[in-house]
Design a protein around this ligand. Structure first.
Ligand code: MG
Length: 160
């Protein structure tokens, strides 16, 4: 077997008047993530981790925030476009491990839904998906609730 590891990171501002989309699902919240797309920082980190594992650039190169085609884009669609790329399809996702950093909303009640959504989008078992959430201990911009941050590590494999 041949293996590749990739890391992804994203941060978006939390603002009033936006729906909160994370991992492809809508989370009840008074505020949502600001972005050219739906602002789904978790899916952006997952997408960047996959692109990083295969040295295929980053999500900004694939889906520029200056391109009107991606205005208001569903991040599930962006991830799907990456997964359907011929260079990515040669690989299988072994597992992903994600961490979300935010003061609010509390994400632990949504953990199973987030894991299930990511597993479905990636076509892997829920046992191969980890989503952890933590606060920023009231420190800095994340701690003041001004933004939400997501990290992801992915392992890809293929037979040789
Ligand atoms: Mg983003």
């Amino acid at each position: 077997m041949e293996f590749r590891i990739g890391q992804g990171y994203d941060i978006h501002r939390l603002v009033e008047g936006r729906e909160l989309w994370l991992g492809g699902i809508r989370i009840p919240s008074s505020r949502g993530l600001l972005g050219h797309s739906d602002g789904d920082a978790l899916l952006h980190a997952v997408t960047d981790a996959i692109l990083g594992a295969l040295s295929l650039g980053d999500i900004g190169m694939w889906f520029s925030d200056r391109d009107p085609r991606w205005a208001g884009a569903d991040s599930k669609d962006l991830l799907g476009r990456v997964l359907s790329d011929e260079r990515v399809r040669r690989w299988s996702v072994v597992n992903i491990d994600c961490t979300i950093v935010t003061e609010e909303p509390k994400l632990s009640p949504h953990r199973d839904a987030l894991v299930g959504s990511l597993a479905g989008l990636l076509g892997i078992s829920v046992e191969c998906v980890s989503v952890k959430s933590k606060t920023h201990e009231k420190l800095d911009s994340l701690g003041r609730g001004e933004a939400l941050e997501a990290h992801c590590i992915v392992l890809l494999s293929r037979g040789v």
